[in-house]
Design a protein around this ligand. Structure first.
Ligand SMILES: Nc1ncnc2c1ncn2[C@@H]1O[C@H](COP(=O)(O)OP(=O)(O)OP(=O)(O)O)[C@@H](O)[C@H]1O
Ligand SMILES: [Mg+2]
Length: 367
């Protein structure tokens, strides 16, 4: 999959711009506040149909206009396609694939695949288990539609169970009522555990390889899935029953896959607690690069990679090795300056919401 061109009209600080890309590394450079992140936002919009930063979508429309448009031209394994997103202050946005409006946003998924990474993604390592569960869930959902249903059912049943726990019912009555919820919860939990287990198994070798490459073999990455011990439905039900009194006392379900986590270990230590900033960043990046490979395995086409501001916090060696690693993937990387004369790339200077053609240098083969 290759993004050949983007056209932007009144999208954030872009009035009217048309930018061509190369198939390898595209370096989007320029001073602060020129529109580098806005450009990545527009590209990623076409991957998921949503912004990675605007809470209200109308924010993306240029302050001086009422309508905005993103249009991208993609080259696929077979054929080409055009995605267009039109925003208006008055109506809901319209998404078109090859000129035809889609009814549901889900129809966009799979049309143009991409993985986005910004310094914000460090949450994946540093913050609560919830962020790491979301990482697993979003990825599994991208490739397994049924998983979305299972997760939402699990959460529904869990909410019902938690509600019952707070009803102050006599223990015997509660035990009876709970048996239905426990059965259902166990059924979904068993499936979720299996999906997540398989996901981590397929993620591991890719993440390990990326991490080892970026650190020039100095660091060894390990990802461990932390979950419930029980595997069979019967054992999970039994455990839920055993926890009932504790759950009543605390007012929530203390056992289950809603408490799963991922442990990210570098050279034998848990980097959430002991890792340096650079190590945490490298590990988060490696997980994202692994995500790219997993999507490729399933869709048989390599997604594009979007890297916002990731170079500033890596040391010289890691920067260079990361850029090398990205050579085989169409990558869009933003930075304020780029001093790697030996790296083959397409350098795009962004100035005040437009491309500065006089300073845009193409060193790749296809241009
Ligand atoms: N709806 C909008 N209309 C007009 N301008 C906007 C709109 N939304 C954002 N901007 C402007 O776009 C400018 C560029 O933002 P962007 O985040 O892309 O900068 P950047 O080049 O990534 O900078 P940095 O190097 O600091 O990350 C900002 O100055 C912002 O005010
Ligand atoms: Mg930026």
């Amino acid at each position: 999959m290759e993004l050949e061109k983007i056209e932007l009209y009144n999208f954030r600080n872009y009035k009217s711009a048309s930018i061509n890309f190369a198939d390898g590394l595209n370096v989007i450079y320029g001073q602060n506040a020129q529109g580098k992140t806005n450009l990545l936002e527009a590209i990623y919009f076409c991957v998921v149909g949503k912004s990675f930063r605007a809470s209200r979508e109308r924010e993306v429309i240029n302050m001086q206009s009422d309508i905005a448009k993103i249009k991208i031209f993609i080259k696929k394994n077979v054929g080409k396609s055009v995605i267009e997103i039109i925003f208006s202050r008055k109506e809901k946005k319209t998404v078109k694939i090859d000129g035809i409006p889609i009814k549901k946003l889900s129809a966009l998924l799979g049309e143009f695949n991409g993985v986005f990474f910004s310094p914000d993604e460090l949450k994946l390592i540093k913050e609560s288990p919830e962020d790491r569960r979301r990482f697993m869930d979003v990825d599994i959902s991208q490739t397994t539609k049924q998983y979305v249903y299972i997760i939402s059912r699990y959460n529904e049943v869990l909410a019902n169970r938690n509600k019952q726990l707070k009803q102050n019912l006599p223990l015997r009555d509660l035990k009876n009522i709970m048996s239905i919820w426990n059965e259902q919860l166990a059924d979904y939990a068993q499936k979720i555990k299996k999906y997540r287990q398989n996901f981590v198994i397929s993620l591991m070798p890719y993440a390990k390889r990326a991490h080892s490459y970026i650190t020039d073999g100095k660091e060894d990455l390990l990802v461990e899935y932390v979950t419930i011990k029980e595997d069979t439905k019967e054992d999970i039900v039994k455990k839920l029953e055993d926890c009932l009194e504790k759950d009543i006392a605390l007012g929530y379900t203390t056992y289950g896959v809603h408490r799963d986590d991922l442990k990210v270990i570098v050279n034998g230590v848990d980097i959430r607690t002991y890792g340096s900033q650079g190590q945490q960043r490298t590990a988060a990046l490696s997980l994202k690069l692994a995500e790219l490979s997993i999507i490729e395995d399933i869709t048989h086409t390599r997604p594009v990679l979007l890297l916002d501001d990731v170079l500033s916090e890596l040391d010289g060696n890691r920067k260079k090795r990361l850029l090398d690693y990205c050579q085989g993937t169409q990558t869009f990387i933003t930075c304020t300056s780029f001093d790697f004369p030996d790296i083959r790339c397409n350098k795009i200077l962004i100035k005040n919401g437009d491309i500065d053609l006089t300073k845009t240098i193409c060193q790749t083969d296809n241009h």
